[in-house]
Ligand binder design. Sequence first.
Ligand code: KIV
Length: 277
Amino acid sequence: MSVHEDIRRLTAPDIRARKGGEPIVCLTSYHAHTARILDAYCDVILVGDSLGMVMHGLETTVPVTLDMMILQGRAVMRGSKRALVIVDLPFGSYEASKEQAFASAARVLKETGCGAVKLEGGRRMAETIAFLVERGVPVMGHVGLTPQAINAIGSFRAQGREESDWAPIEADARAVADAGAFALVLEAIAEPLGRRITAEVQIPTIGIGASVACDGQILVLEDMLGLSPRVPKFVKRFGDLGPAIEQAVKTYAEQVRARSFPGPENIYPMRTKKTQG
Ligand code: KIV
């Protein structure tokens, strides 16, 4: 008899339908084991290109490749069953043309089995978003602070802290929504602007350093667990895993050096032969 576990994964339309409803819980994950833990509590697991910094120690997300995203996307899909898994399109994999974006998105969907892609940029990406959506690729947008543009913007500073700066960010958010994205990340923008965009656009907004009024929130898992050495102001540390990991590693090193690990419970004795009477 085969046992079929009837767990349906959330889809982009499910998330789209949550506009104005119960807050959408999102976190990043790049591994099967953390994805398994998140899956019970999160609506969305984002395989973010922040993996460049978190997993690889890079300074920015710019060097991250499509192959890196696909590898970790597959791991997260294996570890999760219920959450919508979204994979970031990395810098250089979608900006050149809408055809390039479709080819990259198609690889991500086919090779990982995830349910949607995310890309950065507002008005300049609207045509591409519409092109992808028309061809069956659910797209999450990302405006405000867009880390892939770090070389052009110069720093990871919050956006829209002067009211005179709001108009282009609002125009970006509207363009992404009008192009057919199913949700929109608002990163590091002034709180009243996050609130205003959330009220203005018809798709769920997912805040990271935006506003509690957003339709959902996202953080980088390692940041909120206290594992990242430097974190932006918008990160709240919900855990402090660094000292716990250090203590475990220290104890392991001590026990290896003292030859008290492995103990009898961690080794394989020889099988005892049954004597025939
Ligand atoms: O790459 C990432 O982790 C992200 C989130 C911070 C939204 O894009």
